[in-house]
Design a protein. Structure first.
Lengths: 365, 154
């Protein structure tokens, strides 16, 4: 890639308005539109916005009452992935271009992850894409990623980079099953995510990390960034999208083919009881957390939790992660016992979920 | 390991009884004159991410080369399923719509995606990879590239 990208920077945007502008910008890269330079938008939402993934159940993921009580705006992204809290402490990234011919999704995600890691390196942080799901530092998530290609062939790469994070607020606003049930909810989440503030020891927010992230992306892709602003057509389209879609109850309610579900199972270890919490989507594990009286969360457990994300809930897939992580040794239990506990937590989750039915896309043209 | 009509390339099975679209990893198996089954090869699936949901345009929808016939939702990706042929949707695989993992477990068989009535007036089938040697070379090159990039496991 070479040439120049348009760079947009804006802060304090509302949930509907922020998402609508991303989609409006995307429209310029649809099949049949004139060729134009890619756009990189580095922005932040106002404190605070809770955003669910496209196919998530709003009420299951977000405590709507807590959001009302704290003045938190709620909305739904067009991209997949999980629920997140956005605000001045989190830098949103939207890259918009025509989807490359022949580029596979994981190639594109890998390329952007490496570029984001380049930006983090400028802040003195070594991050990697080891879990194939999130950008991590020492097994802790520091940025979430998602790629969306629309039916017209336009591409949106989305990321949220944690400059800082109010974990207490996050636990209050998001329905994180394991965190809600565990005794040490805030600590449990804090052990699994990190921020640029935590890693560097210096206070950061979206605005202070923006230059480094921009430089990292520009260097990694070999492009110049040209500061710009949305044109009149883009702003008008964004306003229309905000009104028609992102402020509509039907978009917030969404539609889903299979509900996310959660379940847990007890595991007796030489050091005491541990509980494995799983969130599932059909026969997929979306997330896993092991809670117990650990003085310090063993790295092998973090590796297992990360590895279980987006794995099939079957013996072979779970066994591969358990065996590869060293988690059974860290817990002092035989691998089969740990595998059985993970499968049982999944069985519990699936027993609480509604059956998934066939599902036809209504927006296929 | 060799079986008639099959190759195994760097750990991935490759069915040689059908045609392939080189960029999207879609396969096209002509089941009778004017009719074909369409699916995605295992490398295409692996490079999409773990599949969460597959959805398809309704029966009767017109198909055009390079245009979507459905949507794929994976771990970190939502995007179109892109048609390798023109024609019309004659059937969709409800089993794979209900359980996307079927496409991972049996990509050339029970994990097929749609059935299409083919519009062959544009000679589009001729643009797909059809020669077994050519298909094997393409598949081998793609796997090597994705492994080099770290996109699929070694």
């Amino acid at each position: 890639m070479s040439g120049a990208w348009r760079l947009l920077a804006d802060d304090g945007v509302g949930a509907a308005e922020g998402l609508a502008l991303d989609e409006a910008l995307m429209g310029r890269y649809a099949r049949g539109e004139p060729d134009r330079q890619p756009t990189l938008r580095l922005y932040s939402y106002r404190d605070h916005c809770a955003l669910v993934g496209r196919y998530q159940d709003l009420g299951a993921e977000i405590d709507l009452e807590a959001c009302r009580a704290t003045g938190t705006e709620v909305n739904r992204r067009p991209t997949g992935g999980g629920a997140i809290i956005m605000g001045s402490g989190q830098l949103g990234l939207a890259y918009l271009d025509r989807a490359p011919t022949g580029g596979r999704p994981r190639e594109i995600i890998e390329e952007f992850s490496a570029a984001l890691a380049d930006g983090l390196a400028r802040l003195g942080i070594t991050a990697g894409f080891h879990g194939k799901n999130d950008l991590e530092v020492g097994g802790r998530k520091i940025a979430g990623l998602g790629l969306y290609v629309d039916q017209a062939g336009a591409m949106l790469f989305h990321a949220s980079v944690l400059a800082d994070l109010d974990v207490g607020l996050m636990v209050r606003l998001l329905r994180i099953p394991a965190a809600k049930l565990a005794d040490r909810a805030v600590a449990a989440v804090a052990e699994r995510v990190t921020t640029i503030t935590a890693e560097t020891g210096n206070p950061h927010d979206a605005a202070t990390i923006r230059p480094a992230i921009a430089e990292g992306l520009a260097t990694a892709f070999g492009v110049a960034l040209e500061p710009g602003s949305p044109d009149g057509d883009e702003l008008a389209r964004a306003e229309s999208l905000a009104a028609r879609r992102y402020r509509s109850q039907s978009w917030l309610d969404g539609r889903r083919a299979a509900s996310d579900a959660s379940g847990s199972a007890l595991l007796r270890t030489p050091a005491g009881l541990a509980r494995i919490y799983l969130t599932t989507h059909g026969d997929l594990i979306k997330s896993a957390i092991v809670a117990g009286d650990f003085n310090e969360l063993p790295d092998a457990l973090v590796a297992m939790e990360s590895g279980l994300s987006w794995r099939r809930l079957d013996h072979a897939s779970v066994a591969a992660v358990v065996d590869g992580s060293g988690a059974s040794a860290a817990l002092g239990v035989p691998p089969e016992k740990l595998i059985a506990a993970v499968i049982e937590a999944g069985r519990q989750a699936r027993s609480t979920a509604g059956a998934a039915g066939p599902y036809l896309a209504s927006d296929v043209s | 390991m060799e079986m008639a009509g099959w190759a195994f390339v760097a750990g991935f099975p490759l069915a040689l009884d059908r045609r392939y679209e080189a960029e999207t990893h879609m396969w096209v198996l002509v089941t009778e004159p004017g009719r074909a089954r369409i699916g995605m090869d295992p490398v295409g699936i692996e490079t999409s991410g773990t599949l969460a949901q597959l959805s398809f345009a309704p029966v009767g929808t017109e198909l055009a080369v390079g245009r979507p016939f459905g949507q794929l939702e994976a771990a970190k990706f939502v995007g179109p399923l892109v048609s390798p042929v023109s024609g019309v949707v004659l059937g969709v695989n409800d089993a794979v719509a209900a359980n996307a993992g079927l496409a991972e477990r049996d990509p050339y068989g029970a994990g097929w995606l749609i059935e299409a009535g083919l519009d062959e007036s544009g000679g589009e089938l001729a643009g797909l990879l059809a020669d077994p040697a050519e298909i094997t070379a393409w598949f081998t090159t793609k796997i090597a590239r994705y492994r080099l990039e770290g996109v699929i496991a070694q």
